[in-house]
Design a protein around this ligand. Structure first.
Ligand SMILES: *Cc1c(COP(=O)(O)O)cnc(C)c1O
Length: 746
């Protein structure tokens, strides 16, 4: 794509007409000052050795005592019903309970040590202090956020936490709508559920106008023209801009209210609720049959499987998914998407395009900005738009490093995206110089040297994608992943809170909320969650956890962003160690065995790709000395052998519990996770570069798939431990080296 395509409405919208040089210098100065004043991430967690154990204990005790007071002070004149004598008779039962508790505690010792810097495996790590104590406090009161009546306090905490998260994602917290749900899976489902409702709303409006002979109500088409809705073909209404579609019911009401007064709202709401195009009422099948269209959903090959579940549940069927190929970084290939989107058949419509910010397997970030430009083009050239959803379940919190810099909403001069990225790059400074020891060999004599490493996150495609995030209509993000919060905490955020009006579910016993739109004059604050969501009863405790954590560790560059920044750099560091493994081979051998055995079978580690977020995939490859004396891939090892090797490494770097055969993690030095690239998911064309680099024939790939080792680097302690002389990431590579060596040299 040409560079000048990167300018445009996007940059106009996001960026400013001011002295950026000066601003950035000021930002950096302020940043350094703030950093000194704000407690560092090590304060926020229990600690690998439970260093903060005392303060956690006293805080939890304080919360519990306070709760006991609350009970005792409620109608003090009410009688005490369990006396001390009675309590003595409870003792045997309490003893049984204690025994069973001990038994659970015993078993939990076989749990994975998520908190440990040695756990470099799945998307889980420490939980924040405010997250845990907020949860505990909330849990004692056991609020149910399905309705304010059963959760007067935590419902508002949920709404406030939603605003904080929406703001981190780049949305305007006053016009967006975000709430907590059970996780990314439900968030994705809800995004597509709402999109489905919004998409058909203009058809209801058209029906209304036809039956009520309203010929002068105009709708704004994607290409900017205004046309009476009754003249727009029904299929074309499926391609309106999402915000236009979401606001169409409100707009017709406002249009008619001028002449007819507020009574028209009730009329329209009643009409809406039982219209043949109301998908909640009429069902998807009947609408699609009427229109003679099929939905298609575009998402990259690297999408999370929850997208399949969602389209399955919504009645689209998994066949609606158009898998867009990925490019070598495992980001969506937007040129391929462009071709497909422009080629959608007459009897198809785009139900959604989904970008992933942080793919679950590779941590890759799709170029959201390019998808946005593509949508602009589709609007002007084809008069069609689409709902853009971003699945940022994993990578959403990475956006906190961009927040709180005062760079967001100033002025409106068009600027080149690259320049803007450069300003951000300088302001957020996600870079570091470090070094790693390497032995230099001169005959038998080894001398210590150092190899300098320059670490920097990330290329401007990733920056641009994060800056364009608020252009999406909905975003999924998981506080229980990079938010370092207890389960179950997913969040779904919508750019436009008006979408709530289209989905109100009435249950008289939980809400007074009236269905449908209200008077257009009232810009409603959303004060309840239950009426607009898929779930019913839901924990208020997790809302307290999210709120307290984000309140005390703000979602900006100086708060949560620092934690993210450290883990991004740690990921880069680990990636560089793998890159350098060829050079480190002898150093590690020397370190482990005091000598270098020329007879051993060689190997090295190869990165799948440069990671976009904090997760890295790699594999171990057998090597041999080539004719020129240099190391080269040992092609006698076929893909099946390589897979076997990596699977064996994985098995030794995890614990597998089979029923009745538990192993504790105490002797397990490091933990890693794995994934498998299969031809069913990734078309060989998408990963041809990788196959070439690894010298793997396509038919081997198609038959075997590629077994990968996978490390999520989110532990907060790596950096600090290194300052104390323990470099876990380097040790981890040494550990994998030793494991691979043992397997290859039995
Ligand atoms: C984890 C993840 C999900 C699913 O989230 P859950 O919280 O496990 O339901 C969806 N999409 C992506 C990209 C994820 O990483």
């Amino acid at each position: 794509m040409e560079e000048n395509e990167l300018t445009g409405e996007l940059s106009e919208k996001l960026f400013k007409d001011i002295d950026l040089e000066g601003l950035v210098a000021e930002v950096i100065k302020k940043r350094k000052k703030d950093l000194q004043e704000f407690p560092p991430p090590e304060a926020w967690f229990l600690g690998p050795k439970a260093e903060h154990g005392d303060v956690w204990l006293t805080t939890i005790e304080h919360i519990f005592r306070d709760y006991v007071h609350w009970r005792r002070n409620y109608f003090p004149e009410d009688p005490i019903v369990v006396d001390r004598e009675q309590m003595k008779t409870h003792e045997p039962w309490v003893e049984t309970l204690k025994f069973e508790i001990d038994s659970i505690l015993n078993q939990l010792k076989a749990h994975f040590p998520f908190h440990s810097p040695r756990y470099i495996a799945h998307m889980i790590s420490e939980q924040t202090f405010p997250g845990v104590v907020g949860y505990f406090a909330g849990m004692l009161y056991n609020p149910n956020n399905v309705t304010e009546e059963s959760a007067p306090i935590t419902t508002s905490l949920e709404i406030e936490a939603g605003k904080m998260i929406a703001e981190m994602l780049g949305y305007n917290p006053n016009t967006a709508w975000a709430h907590i749900c059970s996780g990314g899976t439900l968030a994705n489902l809800e995004a597509l559920w709402i999109a489905r409702m919004v998409q058909f709303a203009p058809l209801i409006v058209k029906d209304y106008c036809e039956t009520h002979a309203v010929r002068d109500f105009e709708i704004s088409m994607p290409d900017g023209s205004n046309i009476p809705i009754v003249d727009v073909p029904s299929k074309a209404l499926l391609g309106l801009r999402p915000n236009e579609a979401a606001g169409s019911v409100r707009a017709i009401a406002a249009h008619l209210a001028e002449a007819q007064g507020d009574a028209v709202y009730e009329d329209i709401n009643a009409y809406f609720s039982t219209n043949r195009f109301n998908v909640s009422y009429a069902g998807l099948h009947s609408i699609l049959a009427k229109l003679g269209v099929r939905p298609v959903v575009f998402v990259s090959e690297a999408a999370h499987y929850s997208i399949k579940k969602a389209v399955n549940i919504l009645g689209y069927g998994e066949a609606c998914i158009r898998s867009v190929p990925v490019e070598p970084h495992f980001r969506m290939n937007v040129d391929a998407l462009r071709e497909e989107v422009f080629r959608v058949a007459d009897d198809e419509y785009i139900a959604a395009v989904i970008a992933v910010a942080g793919t679950t397997e590779e941590g890759a970030v799709d170029p959201i900005h390019r998808i946005r430009f593509l949508r602009d083009d589709l609007e002007t050239e084809r008069n069609r738009s689409f709902w853009l959803h971003v699945d940022a379940a994993w990578g959403g919190y990475v956006r906190s490093v961009f927040c709180g810099l005062g760079l967001e909403h100033e002025g409106d001069r068009r600027k080149r995206l690259n320049e803007i990225c450069e300003e951000y790059r300088r302001a957020i400074e996600v870079r570091e110089e470090t070094e790693v020891p390497v032995l230099e060999f001169d005959g038998d004599h080894a001398s210590e040297g150092k190899k300098k490493l320059h670490l920097e996150w990330a290329d401007f495609e990733v920056y641009s994608a994060y800056l364009a995030m608020p252009d999406a209509d909905s975003i999924t993000v998981d506080p229980h992943k990079l938010g370092y919060l207890p389960y179950p905490a997913g969040v779904i955020a919508f750019q436009n809170k008006l979408v709530t009006e289209l989905v109100v579910q009435k249950a008289q016993y939980i809400t007074d909320e009236i269905g449908g739109i209200k008077s257009a004059a009232r810009e409603e604050e959303i004060t309840a969650v239950g009426p607009y969501i898929i779930e019913g009863s839901k924990p208020g405790a997790v809302a307290a956890a999210c709120w307290l954590s984000h309140k005390t560790i703000p979602l900006n560059y100086n708060g949560h962003g620092r934690l993210i920044k450290t883990s991004l750099l740690n990921t880069k560091k680990l990636a560089r160690y793998f890159d350098l493994h060829g050079r480190l081979f002898d150093t590690i051998e020397h370190e482990l065995y005091g000598e270098i055995d020329p007879g051993i079978r060689r190997f090295t580690f190869e990165l799948l790709c440069e990671p976009d977020t904090n997760l890295v995939c790699y594999l171990c490859l057998p090597m041999k000395v080539g004719r020129d004396g240099k190391m080269e891939r040992d092609t006698s090892a076929k893909l099946a052998d390589i897979n076997e090797l990596n699977e064996a490494i994985y098995k030794r770097a995890t614990i597998r519990n089979r029923p009745g055969k538990r192993k504790t993690p105490y002797s397990q030095e490091y933990f890693v996770s794995r994934t498998i690239l299969t031809a069913g998911q990734y078309h060989p064309g998408s990963i041809s570069g990788l196959l070439e680099r690894l010298d793997i024939p396509i038919y081997d790939y198609e038959r075997e798939g590629i077994f990968l080792l996978r490390s999520v680097v989110m532990n907060p302690w790596h950096f600090l431990a290194e300052k104390r002389g323990k470099n876990y990431l380097y040790d981890f590579v040494v550990h994998l080296h030793r494991t691979a060596r043992d397997i290859l040299n039995p």
